[in-house]
Ligand binder design. Structure first.
Ligand SMILES: [Zn+2]
Ligand SMILES: [Zn+2]
Length: 246
């Protein structure tokens, strides 16, 4: 039976055009921009009203800016900003960065995240950025942390310092996407630690946590709880793609 990873890699060929630097990763049109104007407009226009706290698209009956789930469960993070939905064809770009070594896409993701941030002038910007860390074994397998690769150009675009080593994965976890939502909390519980060098730097600060995908938000909530325990004043998630409601 083909492995999960094999299945994902095979999926990359569906709807994902050539990733030559001069061609649009979604439709293959050649040009000078990272993503062609048509695809940018079609897939990343920020016309969707989203929950301020978790960025899930809001339903008509949701209270003004916060979804029903965030109102009842109150995550530890204060806000989430995303560039788009984790659905076709955006999901294929995420998989190409994560499993297909298409590192050039990280620059594009940072560019789209910056655009989304700048379109929301009411959203206060973080003072310090950090990526969601990978476990040592997965980092060795992949050779890079896709969240850090997005964080580097985003930090440069926004002029906000990046602390790549702020968070440490204190134990290996199973890929969250492979687990039932009920098992995810247990999987990431106490999976992260704060690097001792940052204990004084987190206190009273607004921290921005960067990731490629947010599914249920369990991992980001675990990290926000940790940062708040060390006195972070505010935690914002900056995530490229958000899994829509089922
Ligand atoms: Zn295109
Ligand atoms: Zn919400």
């Amino acid at each position: 039976m083909p492995s999960y990873k094999h299945y994902l890699l095979r999926g990359l060929n569906i709807g994902l055009a050539s990733l030559l630097p001069s061609s649009c990763p979604l439709c293959g049109t050649s040009g000078n921009e990272l993503l062609c104007r048509d695809c940018r407009h079609q897939f990343f226009k920020q016309n969707q009203s989203r929950c301020r706290q978790c960025a899930i698209p809001l339903l008509a009956h949701d209270a003004q800016h916060i979804c029903g789930e965030c109102l009842s469960l109150t995550p530890a993070y204060d806000s989430t900003l995303v560039a788009g939905d984790y659905a076709a064809p955006i999901d294929q770009m995420v998989l190409a960065l994560k499993f297909g070594q298409k590192l050039a896409l990280a620059t594009l993701f940072a560019d789209l995240l910056r655009d989304a941030l700048l379109q929301d002038p009411k959203l206060p910007l973080a003072e310090l950025l950090c990526p969601v860390p990978l476990g040592r074994r997965r980092l060795q397998e992949r050779g890079y942390n896709q969240s850090l690769e997005i964080a580097k150009p985003l930090s440069a675009h926004l002029g906000i310092s990046l602390a790549p080593l702020m968070l440490i994965r204190s134990r290996e976890t199973v890929q969250q996407s492979s687990l039932h939502p009920d098992a995810r909390q247990k999987n990431v519980h106490k999976a992260f630690a704060l690097n001792a060098d940052f204990i004084d730097k987190v206190k009273g600060k607004h921290i921005g946590v960067i990731d490629d995908v947010m599914t249920t938000g369990t991992t980001l909530n675990e990290i926000a709880q940790l940062l708040k325990r060390f006195g972070a004043a505010q935690v914002s998630n900056y995530v490229f793609a958000r899994t829509p409601r089922h």
